[in-house]
Design a protein around this ligand. Structure first.
Ligand code: 13P
Ligand code: SF4
Length: 301
């Protein structure tokens, strides 16, 4: 029996659903029940009637699934699937920051720990960060964390008074404005799509055609008639873009933009997760209850 067949059989036996992020390796994306961005997968996790959610993504995504649907068993197949960005702020650091701005509203990117979410008023993802910030009363100042490039992008789009936590994603932060200039010269006329976590987001913004979440890029790929498109994000997304649209050439801004955390999970991990019901993600109920308010606002936005 192939690994894929074993996974399909175990999924049925366990009444499990397999969710995979757009950056996962191709064989994992291909066998998943749902593939998408953070917001889409959060909603799928919340709505599912499966008993077990196997999350082929990173830890904060599995924690989010557990908080939104606490009676389900949530499995993270490989514990190495962390996120350097979510490690960039602790709940203690956030409490200290809040103490400096006691009147401010806290907006946390979903790429944070459950404990940080519990200290937050709102959560957002790359696809709804602007909407979430616009939904906050205009007279309130905002603490935005932890990604400074996403925060700067949202600040420009909304014109709001925002204090930004200084951190970035080590994969997207390295996508620099100089790279944008180089690719623009080498591929004239090709539109450039960029994820808002990119380091090129600040100075090079005028040269970026669309700022999109990973699912926004997928939708663009489905619809475009362009001959070539430049893609500034983690390269795992190219698998789906190319499969959905074989006539357009999708060129990465940087072929080295690889997130090791998103590459940690393979088919053997998923088979073993289902066979041994590991690794169960648990969130302290008192933390989960406080974090759910911010997450409910995120999925509703
Ligand atoms: P998306 O929600 O756009 O898929 O982004 C998730 C992420 O971790 C980007 O690095
Ligand atoms: Fe975290 Fe960056 Fe990897 Fe996304 S690409 S999961 S933000 S380390």
């Amino acid at each position: 029996m192939s690994l894929e067949e074993e996974i399909r059989r175990l999924k049925e036996e366990r009444h499990a659903v397999l969710l995979a992020h757009n950056y996962e390796i191709a064989p994992v994306q291909d066998i998943a029940d749902h593939v998408g961005d953070s917001l889409y997968l959060s909603r799928k996790a919340m709505e599912t009637d499966a008993e077990v959610i196997v999350f082929a993504g990173v830890r904060f995504m599995a924690e989010t699934a557990k908080i939104l649907n606490p009676h389900k068993t949530v499995l993270l197949p490989d514990l190495a699937a962390g996120c350097s960005l979510s490690d960039a702020i602790t709940a203690e650091q956030l409490r200290a920051w809040k103490a400096q701005f006691p009147e401010a509203v806290v907006v946390s990117y979903v790429n944070t720990s459950a404990e940080v979410k519990a200290e937050s008023d709102y959560c957002c993802t790359s696809s709804n960060a602007v909407r979430v910030v616009n939904s906050i009363p205009a007279d309130r100042e905002i603490l935005f964390l932890p990604d400074m490039f996403l925060g700067e992008y949202v600040r420009r789009k909304t014109g709001r008074k925002m204090h930004l936590w200084v951190a970035d994603c080590h994969v997207h932060g390295r996508l620099r404005p100089e790279e944008v200039d180089r690719v623009r010269t080498q591929h004239p006329g090709a539109p450039l799509l960029a994820h808002p976590e990119c380091g090129c987001m600040s100075e090079a913004l005028p040269h970026v055609d669309r700022v999109l979440s990973t699912d926004g890029m997928i939708r663009f790929a489905q619809e475009t008639k362009e001959r070539e498109v430049i893609v500034a994000t983690e390269v795992g997304i190219l698998h789906r873009m190319r499969a959905l649209n074989p006539t357009t050439v999708f060129t990465p801004l940087d072929a080295g933009a690889v997130c090791p955390f998103m590459k940690a999970t393979d088919l053997v991990d998923i088979r073993d997760a289902l066979a041994q019901m590991r690794y169960r993600i648990e969130v302290d109920p008192s933390v989960a209850d406080r974090a759910r308010r911010a997450l409910d606002r995120m999925v509703a936005s």
